[in-house]
Write a protein that binds this ligand. Structure first.
Ligand code: PRP
Ligand code: URA
Length: 214
């Protein structure tokens, strides 16, 4: 599968995103800088990912006159980070859409099997009419993203977007095959997974680097 040319997969080539990801990759980048960059990249990706939000004309009175002018239509947005690392991207998207509701799905990967395990789920209700932006900086095997999106669909979520910062081809293809209707936004499509299912070259353990653990 040519992942770069698949519908519903967008690899973000903006130089600012590429530059900031390169700083994230550097093992000497500090926790505070890492956290700030994850947020900034999420904002830049969010700007792209939300470019199809529907608009409706509303009446506004300017200091000069009344006019009809566009605003985001209908029930707006829900952001759903996959805990922990996805939390680091939330404020970047909230900076663009401060009124968004925020749900949470907690997942951890078993270190031996690399299988995801859900430990928490709280989603905005109702969710059906909202555009849902799922955030997780890392798309490795794809297991966590697939399980999280499956959960959101079971709750009734329909229009789902997934934003990550770094993806492995294996995980991106698996996620896209599982949910071809989900729009996927990727900052960098990396080379492969290693034997521990870490992304190469990647940026290491995103949760640990955002929260300064391990
Ligand atoms: C990381 C990352 C993703 C997942 C990606 O989370 O944030 O959720 O791994 O891997 P996958 O595509 O193979 O499922 P982790 O399980 O390390 O938990 P954490 O965010 O709490 O550190
Ligand atoms: N989770 C991470 O945080 N990093 C990886 O490279 C793979 C999964």
């Amino acid at each position: 599968m040519d992942l770069r040319n698949e519908p519903n997969i967008e690899i973000i080539t903006h130089p600012l995103v590429q530059h900031k990801i390169s700083i994230l990759r550097d093992k000497n980048t500090t926790t505070s800088e890492f956290r700030r960059l994850v947020e900034e990249i999420a904002m830049l990706e969010g700007y792209v990912a939300l470019s199809d939000l529907p608009l409706e004309d509303v009446e506004v009175e300017t200091p000069i006159e009344k006019c009809m002018t566009p605003k985001i239509a209908g029930r707006k947005l829900a952001i759903v980070p996959i805990l922990r690392a996805g939390l680091g991207m939330v404020n970047g998207v909230l900076a663009l859409v401060p009124s968004a509701k925020v749900g949470h799905i907690g997942m951890y990967r078993d270190e031996e099997t690399h299988e995801p395990h859900e430990y928490y789920c709280k989603l905005p209700d109702p969710i059906e009419e909202r555009t849902i932006v799922v955030t997780d900086p890392m798309l490795a095997t794809g297991g966590s993203a697939i399980d999280a999106i499956q959960r959101i669909k079971e709750y009734g979520g329909k229009k789902i977007k997934f934003m990550c910062i770094v993806a492995a081809p294996e995980g991106l293809e698996r996620l896209h095959r599982a949910f071809p209707d989900v729009q996927i936004y990727v900052g960098s499509l990396d080379r492969c997974l290693n034997k521990d299912a870490y992304i190469c070259p990647g940026l290491g353990d995103a949760g640990d680097r955002i929260f300064g653990t391990r």
